[in-house]
Write a protein that binds this ligand. Structure first.
Ligand code: FAD
Ligand code: UDP
Length: 388
């Protein structure tokens, strides 16, 4: 393997690395090597067809594309068309099914009567007063403050315990900030202006983005096995884990991972929807994914469907890191690693592993477009050194 002829070496073919590679090859005509230790491109957003059922699956969990960014939407639409899929999630509590995120339909079903928006707000205000919560100090307080204790206990406590293996009183309030509460009957999971599923799948997006002849893709190659072969002056975009880059010299950053338990079920339709959450603590998994429902526009006459039950836990060495836990100690550790990057004039750390941040796909693309404009392009067009 020889890297002498490359202007740029990108480590990781997820959305961050692939966006940089695509821009560099297309806008600047650079020769780019993209390396990934996995045997497929696309990082965690990758999708492929399950041979037994013919259904497209997301091996790392259901991925829905959504964004408010005009720039990201315009960019990604060069590589795919999107369907008009709108994500809706349901949650099982006891023997009953409710709409999630919590909205007027959830509240009306839960209390068994019709609530107007004003009545629902008044109910929550009474609950808040009963719990006399001021500025919420943790996830539990924040949730009770926005929905009241009965709804919190039904839909949030058990699910959150399963997802984080941590008492919600010990978790930061910010986690629940990702989940909206609506005093309307709008039951869409995401509220962004643009949403959809790539018509031909995520695999096709990456294939299109990486199709430039100036890009060489090397799969099944770990950066740490070949880093000595990359000339020291070559610009490297590194989207692997930042603590691994520095050989964990200050310790390991904390991550959560998920285990997906796959099953081909002997029925054309297992649950009638793409994602069903399980709110109760006595059900060990957090949710079930049924992938065929992500593409209702595709003709389907199969007799089997493929599902995955999701279990959540802390990541150990060797597990796939999925969600940064980001305790204050983790943040300190991360800052110590960031301080070391000042000594690397030819390496840019990016993406969710390289910057220890939870990034949705549109955020990974948006961050890569910005990195290209402010760091990569100036370096090649004006010789400007990296500003880290
Ligand atoms: P990644 O996709 O993780 O890519 C990093 C790549 O680097 C990987 O391919 C990895 O193999 C490679 N790599 C790492 N170390 C090395 C090394 N040493 N040598 C070579 N290669 C290396 N986002 C949404 O917008 N909508 C969703 O519905 C959604 N659902 C999600 C569900 C789950 C369960 C998870 C975990 C994430 C979800 N996301 C979702 C987030 C989405 O997966 C990320 O935004 C995206 O993966 C970030 O891209 P990235 O390039 O930063 O990282
Ligand atoms: N959550 C919950 N019940 C649900 C869905 C979510 O309690 O049915 C909480 C849980 O604490 C979770 C957070 O809301 O960690 C954010 O949910 P989201 O679906 O964004 O989490 P993700 O699946 O992306 O981790």
């Amino acid at each position: 393997m020889n890297f002498d002829g490359f202007d740029l070496v990108v480590i990781g073919s997820g959305f961050f690395g692939t966006t940089i590679a695509e821009r560099a090859a297309r806008e600047l005509g650079l020769t780019v090597a993209v390396i990934d230790k996995r045997t497929h491109f696309g990082g965690n957003s990758y999708s492929e067809i399950n041979q037994e059922t013919g259904i497209e699956v997301h091996p790392y969990g259901t991925h829905i594309f959504h964004t408010n960014s005009e720039e990201v939407w315009t960019y990604i639409n060069k590589f795919t068309e999107f369907t008009d899929y709108r994500h809706r999630v349901f949650t099982v509590h006891g023997e009953r099914v409710f709409s999630m995120p919590i909205n007027l339909h959830t509240i009306s079903s839960f209390f068994g009567r019709h609530f107007t928006p004003d009545e629902a707000r008044a109910l929550v205000a009474r609950e808040m007063a009963a719990d006399s919560i001021g500025e919420p100090a943790n996830l539990e307080e924040k949730a009770i403050k926005s929905i009241g204790r009965p709804l919190y206990e039904a839909f949030i406590r058990g699910y959150t315990m399963k997802q984080w293996q941590t008492d919600p009183k010990q978790l930061p309030a910010s986690i629940i900030g990702r989940l909206p509460v609506r005093f309307t009957f709008d039951d869409r999971y995401f509220f962004d202006r643009y949403e959809g599923m790539p018509r031909d799948g995520y695999g096709a997006i990456f294939r299109n983005m990486l199709s430039n002849p100036k890009i060489s893709l090397m799969l099944g190659v770990d950066f740490f096995d070949i880093r000595h072969l990359i000339p020291s002056k070559t610009l490297v975009i590194y989207t692997g884990a930042i603590d691994r880059y520095y050989d964990y010299q200050f310790g390991e950053l904390g991550w959560r991972t998920v285990d997906l338990e796959w099953e081909v079920a002997n029925t054309p339709d297992f649950q009638g929807t793409s994602v069903m959450n399980y709110a109760d603590a006595d059900i060990p998994f957090t949710r079930i994914h049924e992938f065929r429902h992500l593409h209702p526009e595709r003709p389907f006459d199969g007799q089997k469907t493929i599902i995955a039950r999701e279990f959540s836990r802390f990541a150990k060495a060797g597990d796939e890191p999925y969600y940064p836990i980001a305790t204050p100690q983790d943040r300190d550790l991360y800052e110590r690693y960031v301080a070391l990057t000042a000594q690397e004039p030819n390496v840019i750390f990016g993406g969710r592993l390289g910057t220890y941040r939870y990034l949705d796909m549109h955020q990974a693309i948006g961050a890569a477009l910005k990195c290209f404009d402010t760091q990569v392009a100036p370096r090649f067009t004006t010789g400007k050194p990296l500003s880290i």
